[in-house]
Design a protein around this ligand. Structure first.
Ligand SMILES: NC(=O)C1=CN([C@@H]2O[C@H](COP(=O)(O)OP(=O)(O)OC[C@H]3O[C@@H](n4cnc5c(N)ncnc54)[C@H](O)[C@@H]3O)[C@@H](O)[C@H]2O)C=CC1
Ligand SMILES: O=C(OP(=O)(O)O)[C@H](O)COP(=O)(O)O
Length: 335
């Protein structure tokens, strides 16, 4: 089959990483990306040879004023592609959906959208098959992806999960958001994460969440009431054998999210991406019928491989493990 032609609507934190990942696939072709203005990211895309389209006609004057020649508008891009990855700010995807339907292109949405935007909410290792042949798939949020990756691996042991999310306030390039000297709780329980996990796997889960002044990563403290006994060493073994989950040891210097990002830098990963969910090995413990562990999520990148696998499932290009392995290999994901 010819390569699937992919467009990206919204070339920001997630969009630019998914665009890069698409260029690494031998069964996909990046046709173009949209921008609302000719900023440094638009110029960089052009330097990389990526056709840049105006996100809509209303933005054309900005490009004309700057003498930046665009390849067309979003509607033109939609005429060229088989699938559009919508990585616009949360909530905008639902509004864009009518355009995608009109153009007859499939679409992948992100976690800032409600589950109802798509036929299925998606985390590849948990429910790849559900997205096979679908027209609209939502890759769940970075936190929900992180929770689902580890919880689906131990699903048979779960009676009830209670997880606390410590959320980064903003991404590193974001100068508009805070807090800068406060902790902001989601005052209603559950936070959206628990119900969101349930859109992918059927488990009992409650979550609460706090935003703190950091930009690097999110951290989750996970407590699981067990349905049947398991030992900590068995959970270590399960996570060691779970794709897109890595164990890190405090003993080896991984004391905080800072060293996890340094690890990604040391791997010379593009944008310091840590696609894998990082579980602190020493944090995995069982006390009575409760399992505890702590994990960190690189919010800018963990959903990127999911977008690639979602496209493969939607076009039935590969079965679950073939796709996951292919994506992992292409992005240098360690296991
Ligand atoms: N940043 C994160 O940590 C994660 C974000 N997500 C989700 O991914 C989606 C995108 O988020 P980010 O990449 O962080 O946002 P972002 O703000 O970094 O990027 C969004 C991009 O869309 C552009 N845009 C704005 N209006 C537009 C329009 N009308 N048409 C086309 N493009 C437009 C913006 O200029 C920007 O380049 C959201 O649903 C978010 O919830 C999911 C996982 C992690
Ligand atoms: O969408 C995200 O970032 P956001 O805080 O920019 O909305 C991340 O996926 C984290 O969101 P979440 O904590 O709602 O899962």
């Amino acid at each position: 089959m010819a390569r699937v032609k992919v467009g990206i609507n919204g070339y920001g934190t997630i969009g630019k990483r998914v665009a890069y990942a698409v260029t690494k696939q031998d069964d996909m072709k990046l046709i173009g990306v949209t921008k609302t203005k000719p900023d440094f990211e638009a110029y960089r895309a052009r330097e990389l040879g990526i056709p840049v389209y105006a996100a809509s006609e209303e933005f054309l004057p900005r490009f004309e004023k700057a003498g930046f020649e665009v390849a067309g508008t979003l509607e033109d891009l939609l005429n060229e592609v088989d699938v559009i990855v919508d990585a616009t700010p949360g909530g905008m995807g639902a509004k864009n959906k009518a355009l995608y339907e009109k153009a007859g292109v499939k679409a992948v949405f992100q976690g800032g959208e409600k589950a109802s935007v798509a036929d299925v909410s998606f985390v590849a290792q948990a429910n790849y098959e559900k997205a096979l042949g679908k027209d609209y798939v939502r890759v769940v949020s970075c936190n929900t992806t992180g929770l689902t990756r580890t919880l689906s691996a131990i699903q048979e042991y779960i009676d009830y999960v209670y997880a606390v999310m410590i959320r980064r306030a903003a991404d590193p390039n974001d100068t508009k958001r805070g807090p800068i000297n406060a902790i902001t709780p989601s005052v209603t329980v559950p936070s959206h994460h628990g119900p969101d996990v349930q859109t992918v796997i059927p488990i009992n889960i409650e979550t609460s969440a706090f935003v703190v002044p950091t930009t690097l990563m999110h951290v989750h403290s996970v407590m699981v009431e067990l349905k049947k006994p398991v030992e900590a060493k068995d959970v270590v073994n399960i996570f060691e054998n779970t794709t897109r989950v890595l164990l890190f040891e405090k003993e080896k210097g991984f004391e905080s999210t800072a060293q996890l990002i340094e690890f990604a830098r040391d791997l010379h990963r593009e944008w310091n991406n840590l696609y894998e969910i990082a579980v602190w090995k020493e944090s995995i413990s069982v006390r009575g019928n409760r399992l505890f562990y702590i994990q960190a999520v690189h919010q800018e990148s963990d959903v990127v491989p999911e977008n690639i696998d979602a496209i493969r499932a939607m076009f039935e290009l590969a079965d679950k493990w073939e796709s996951i392995k292919k994506t992992n290999r292409s992005l240098g994901i360690l296991k």
